[in-house]
Design a binder for this molecule. Sequence first.
Ligand SMILES: Nc1ncnc2c1ncn2[C@@H]1O[C@H](CCC(=O)c2cccc(C(=O)O)c2)[C@@H](O)[C@H]1O
Ligand SMILES: [Zn+2]
Length: 353
Amino acid sequence: MTEHLVDPDVPRDLHAFIAGLPKAELHVHHVGSASPRIVSELAARHPDSKVPSAPEALVDYFTFTDFAHFIDVYLSVVSLIRTPEDVRLLTYEVARELARQQVRYAELTITPFSSTRRGIDERAFMDAIEDARKSAEAEFGTVLRWCFDIPGEAGLESAEETVRLATDDRLRPEGLVSFGLGGPEIGVARPQFKPYFDRAIAAGLHSVPHAGETTGPQTVWDALTHLNAERIGHGTSSAEDPKLLAHLAERRIPLEVCPTSNIATRAVRTLDEHPIKEFVRAGVPVTINSDDPPMFGTDLNNEYAVAARLLGLDERGLADLARAGVEASFLDPAGKARIIDEIDTYTAAWLTS
Ligand SMILES: Nc1ncnc2c1ncn2[C@@H]1O[C@H](CCC(=O)c2cccc(C(=O)O)c2)[C@@H](O)[C@H]1O
Ligand SMILES: [Zn+2]
């Protein structure tokens, strides 16, 4: 475990329990998971980029003044990824890092539009992610699945391109399970994306848009009503609307909560003000995720530690959170049962030792 990620308010034992706990990660972005080592290597290779190549300089570079600044920095890292080999290596290294944290299953959000519009061949892009997925599963035992997301602010052209790449039988990768919508929410209304989500859903994909991260609860309602969301990315502002919380609880719609992300992008002021407690109190299914971990100076294990502190959880409570992540995933029932069994066995052994 990285020493700086040890929360002093969480007992060491609990950190050790989390580090070995089998987990699922449902909300993590592909480019946003690039390790500082990969980012600095790519930056050194492309000196025309504004991304610093010294790893020490990245901490400052990844300090954001607001959400728009975060997206600006995010896109500067996107533009470092220029070849199918960059895509393959990035994906493979992300899987290695997930495996290190005992992540057994991850749904990785990928924005193929951002790569194809920057000149990466679409066929080569799909082959690169699939090649990395298969190698990672064989070598690390971590199962990866994809969520292709529309970068909403790039307009409906990006929506059309994303749904085409996600539904064309000659291109659609085997690992693709869901369809998302990311980027800024202000000025990017969810309902306009309905026709694209309808097509993705008709092709068998699950709907998992971001909503309520940087705008109010109406955006979450819109994602549910117009995009048939099955889970919500963030959904932070749902806490402002008791009727929405009741609806999410009743329909069993999970929120993909990423606490440190919300602080880093300044969507929420402080961790202590994070509404995760309200979600749990209202009976909303909560999953814990990391979003863009190196950019936010976190990892999934640290997000579990943060959740333990905010929710006052012990080992049993943390195991419940890990089970909730598996349950909310799009893994098949037998795959879910296998990981849940592993969580149970691990927790029982820990508590009797
Ligand atoms: N916390 C987050 N919340 C929301 N999204 C997040 C988060 N973290 C990462 N993302 C990713 O950021 C991308 C943003 C890309 C984008 O806005 C854009 C706009 C105009 C042009 C282009 C282009 O590529 O030409 C891209 C999204 O697709 C999403 O996958
Ligand atoms: Zn996200």
